[in-house]
Each structure stands twice: as C-alpha cells, then as structure tokens.
Ligand binder design. Structure first.
Ligand SMILES: C[S@@+](CC[C@H](N)C(=O)[O-])C[C@H]1O[C@@H](n2cnc3c(N)ncnc32)[C@H](O)[C@@H]1O
Length: 222
C-alpha cells in the first residue's frame, strides 16, 4: 500500500464526516441520519459509488438546505471529498464507507429523498450483472429506501451500461417520469448537471465520449 493511502486511512479515523465500521454511529444510523448525524430535518440525497464525492460535495455547496451522503468502499477516495467538505466547513455532507448492496443496513424505508448514481463500474460480463448498480437487485434497494416522490438520477459515459439500464427500467411497471438523453451536454437536461464534473466524467468526456443521463421516479403503489 502506498504511503499516501496509508496516511489517508489513518486520517479517516479522526474524521467526523466519514463513517467506517469502527465508528460508534456506523450500525446505529438506520432511520437516524437526520437526528444523529446531520442534526437537522433536511431531506437526504445519497450518491452511490461516489468515489471522491464530487457530486455530494458539489450539491452540498449549492443546496445548504439539503443533506448529502456519499457511499463508496474505497476509503482513500472518500478522503478527498471528506477533506474538501472539512476545508469548506460544509456540515450538510457526510460519507459512508460501505458496500452499496448493504445499503438497507444503513437507511430506513423512506429515509432517502434522492439517489445519484454517478459513473458506476459498467461490469460488462454476464456473470457480473448482479453487481451493476442499476441491476434489478439494486433498483429494489433504491425503491425501498426512497420517499414517495423520491427521484433517481444516473449518469454514465458507458453506452452498454446505459442501454442495459434503460432496458431494465422499461421492463418495470413501477417506473414513472423516465426521461433520458445519450448526450447530456447537448440536451434540454443540462440544468441537471450543475456544472459538476466527477473524476470519471472528466476522464471520459476529455476522451470524446458523450455523457448519458437519465432520471426517473418509482410509483410506490405498484
Ligand atoms: C468508476 S468509479 C466512479 C466514481 C465517481 N462516482 C466518479 O464519477 O468519478 C466507481 C466507484 O464505485 C465504487 N463502487 C463500485 N461498486 C461498489 C459497491 N458495490 N459498493 C460501494 N462502492 C462501489 C468504486 O469503489 C468506485 O469508487
């Protein structure tokens, strides 16, 4: 392990805006984020596979009246977002080091107002379908945790994953208000971009990839 990574892991132990499995709150958060972590009643946006947390931090800056939680397994990446949030005094953003497939251990039904899925790993092999963050299994997690009018946003450079996701969504009867574009930067949805480019977005955009984007809600009655 590199020295930098090691230092970051040590730093994280003292960070109140990063929750890892040795944090006292870690297994007590479910249903209690507003009361015990944010200490306010603001709606919560969760970014899954947040990496360095550009969206969580960027949106926390724009929307002080909302709360943001970035989830990723990689502590050294979370360190970057955590550091920015601390440097800027942003108290409405936190980070959870966890596997997204365990998300129901950390949030209660209806506790999440919005999900952002930002440039997840495409996992092109058939044997990895279940690990895609937009596969039916993960969509069920998001649905179970979202509040009634909750919204899901998804961005990727990857055409394969994007088309797969559209297929999965179109097969469901409970997906409503689905809107999408294969070229966000030249679309009517550019306002949803907020001028925030994640690390992976920048990398692929600079290589000439178009950014694919979609949003939808679940009909909780179905
Ligand atoms: C391609 S990177 C994108 C990172 C960031 N969203 C961006 O746009 O720059 C995918 C991220 O998802 C995380 N990830 C992948 N599968 C995950 C899972 N099941 N649970 C938690 N994090 C996951 C990886 O650790 C990685 O940081």
């Amino acid at each position: 392990m590199s020295r930098q990574k090691l230092k970051r892991f040590v730093d994280l132990k003292d960070r109140s805006n990063v929750l890892e499995d040795d944090s006292s709150l870690y297994y007590k958060l479910k249903g209690n984020w507003k009361k015990d972590f944010f200490k306010n009643e603001q709606p919560i946006t969760v970014e899954v596979g947040c990496g360095r947390g550009e969206y969580s931090v960027g949106l926390a800056r724009i929307y002080p009246e909302r709360n943001f939680v970035g989830i990723d397994v990689k502590g050294d990446r979370l360190w970057v977002g955590s550091t920015e949030a601390i440097d800027e005094g942003l108290e409405n953003v936190g980070f959870l080091r966890a596997q997204v497939q365990n998300i129901e251990k950390f949030f209660a039904p209806g506790e999440v107002d919005t999900f952002w899925i930002t440039f997840p790993d495409p996992r092109p092999r058939d044997s990895d379908i279940k690990r895609r963050l937009t596969s039916p299994r993960f969509l069920e997690y998001y649905k179970s945790l979202l509040s009634n009018n909750g919204q899901v946003y998804f961005k990727t450079d990857n055409t394969f994953l994007f088309d797969y996701t559209l297929e999965v969504l179109n097969e469901r009867k409970d997906v409503i208000d689905l809107a999408f574009t294969h070229d966000l930067y030249h679309s009517q949805y550019m306002d949803d971009h907020y001028g925030i480019k994640t690390k992976f977005e920048k990398m692929f955009y600079d290589k000439g990839e178009t950014i694919k984007y979609l949003k939808f809600r679940f009909d909780h009655g179905k």
